[in-house]
Design a protein around this ligand. Structure first.
Ligand SMILES: [Cu+2]
Length: 152
């Protein structure tokens, strides 16, 4: 009776461990497999660029690196009313993220994936409607890992 029970417990525990590992693996894969950069990097040259980037859909890319423990760059300036695509990458050894504390001005905060593991990327888009200054931070390393976005 006792032996049977402990085998069941062991099987249960193994199942939980497997599920956790599976979940972690899936999350990591999702972050890594984004081939969008390669497509956008293509420049066919000449007048071809105008067709792929209509003037009505303004977008600006901002690359931010996570290091241990600071943002590079930590001071960012972007125009208001333009879609900003934050392309963030963790080049450090710790877990990081980027949370823009814009709730007061823009009605909500914006952020990367909650956990960006070492070597992983996380992109997100923000269109700031109002001019102003917003602080951003890594939830894991405040108050050391912080920065400022100036919208003008
Ligand atoms: Cu951090």
């Amino acid at each position: 009776m006792i032996r049977f029970r402990s085998v069941r417990t062991l099987a249960l525990a193994a199942g939980v461990v497997a599920a956790v590992m599976l979940g972690t693996a899936c999350g990591g894969d999702d972050d890594g497999a984004k081939p969008t950069k390669t497509i956008e990097a293509k420049t066919p040259g000449g007048s071809g660029t105008a067709a792929t980037a209509p003037s009505t859909d303004k977008e600006q890319k901002v690359q931010v690196l996570y290091k241990d423990n600071f943002f590079d760059p930590k001071d960012i300036t972007v125009p208001a009313g333009t879609k900003i695509k934050f392309e963030t990458k963790n080049v450090g050894a710790a877990i990081h993220n980027m949370v823009i504390l814009s709730k007061d001005g823009e009605g909500k905060d914006y952020s990367s994936d909650t956990m960006v593991l070492p070597g992983k990327e996380s992109d997100f888009e923000v269109t700031f409607k109002k001019k102003g200054t917003y602080k951003f931070q890594c939830d894991y390393h405040v108050p050391d890992m912080v920065g400022t976005i100036t919208v003008n």
